[in-house]
Design a binder for this molecule. Structure first.
Ligand code: NAD
Length: 330
């Protein structure tokens, strides 16, 4: 059994597990409790109320709850630790875990509060990983999700031909500044685009990232395909979608979205082909359980390639930072 500890007992750390509608597990603690090789041993948070609620939720005794993560790491010596604290605490806490040689660290996104902080930390992480003592996984959870891995299979097998265009759409709130949405939410989009299609090159950004800036677009390339990304305000609903257009098919994939279409002789027009729906569904994507299973794999074999490395997480914020700098400011 691998002892597991959680730093940051807030929403993604633990309380999203209480959302009745979400696919479970939906949190770090939930994923740890569900994995048969892992023992949810302890949690740390300076917020006593959230810490107590975490203890109650998972029936952990008071001596498993810590207000100071350093004390917890020293007492519990976990094999796997998640850092699910506020973004500005990610790098200080990661350095703490590196210092204590915790074998596997799961780090929330964005990996750092600024690009410079992330860049400065990369050599530390790489040196620790090279020494074989530590592995760092970034929780860009779509990399562990069955539906996105199906998309990766379509791209690699070329069963719909070449991927020609990717359109990403992200709407997160009516008035949130685009800069904030880019930094905190589009990191997921940029990361999964890199995972699916390859390195992103941004050619132009249109629109302002400041509050009240209206619709925002980036155009460029992802691997061999064209890329258009939109991040816009004004919607009262959450929308995260990638639209992948292939030579002979299409896939729309996102939060609550999975629609595949393949090119067949058209039922609407003679001598033409049309996209016709393929009936495939993913009832369960296993995004969080897949992430924890990968942490267990890396615990047992530190030499395995990491499916969501610190370098990947950093690459995502490098792209985001570039987009923000390329955007108009008043
Ligand atoms: N992967 C995802 O889909 C996803 C979803 C939500 C949030 N996140 C990320 O997770 C992080 C936390 O977000 P949240 O929504 O759960 O926030 P939250 O405010 O609900 O929880 C954060 C918790 O961290 C605690 N904390 C702050 N500093 C700490 C420290 N030094 N040591 C220990 N605990 C500390 C806070 O007291 C709080 O309880 C953010 O970086 C966010 O970007 C990722």
């Amino acid at each position: 059994m691998i002892d597991y500890a959680l730093i940051g007992t807030g929403r993604i750390g633990t309380s999203l597990e209480l959302d009745k509608l979400r696919e479970k597990p939906a949190s770090h603690a939930g994923a740890a409790r569900q994995n048969k090789e892992v023992r949810l041993a302890a949690g740390a948070d300076p917020d006593a109320e959230k810490l107590t609620a975490f203890g109650r939720q998972w029936r952990l005794p008071a001596d498993c709850l810590f207000t100071d993560p350093a004390v917890m790491l020293d007492r519990v010596r976990p094999g796997i630790v998640s850092i699910a604290a506020d973004t500005d605490a990610h790098i200080p806490l990661l350095k703490l875990a590196l210092d204590r040689k915790i074998p596997v660290v799961i780090l929330e996104k964005p990996v750092a509060a600024t690009l410079a902080e992330g860049e400065n930390t990369l050599p530390l992480v790489e040196a620790a990983e090279k020494a074989g003592t530590i592995r760092v996984i970034v929780n860009h959870e779509r990399r562990f999700s069955a539906d996105y891995n199906h998309a990766l299979g379509l791209i690699r097998s070329q069963c719909f031909g070449r991927l020609l265009t990717m359109n990403g759409r992200l709407y997160m709130g009516k008035t949130r500044a685009i800069e904030k949405v880019l930094w905190h939410d589009a990191t997921h989009m940029v990361d999964i685009i890199r995972y699916l299609a390859g390195e992103i090159t941004v050619e132009r950004c249109f629109g302002s990232v400041e509050p009240g800036g209206g619709n925002w677009f980036a155009i460029g390339r992802a691997g061999e395909s064209s890329l258009v990304m939109e991040v816009s305000p004004g919607r009262d609903h959450l929308h995260f979608e990638l639209d992948l257009s292939f030579e002979r098919g299409r896939l729309r994939i996102g939060n609550g979205i999975f629609e595949e279409g393949e090119s067949r002789p058209s039922p609407y027009y003679e001598h033409y082909r049309s996209l016709m729906p393929v009936s495939r569904r993913f009832k369960k994507t296993g995004y969080f359980s897949g992430m924890m299973a990968h942490a267990v794999e890396l615990y047992h074999d530190r030499a395995l390639p990491c499916r969501s490395s610190f370098a990947d997480g950093l690459a995502a914020i490098r792209v985001i930072d570039g987009m923000i700098h390329a955007s108009a400011r008043p």
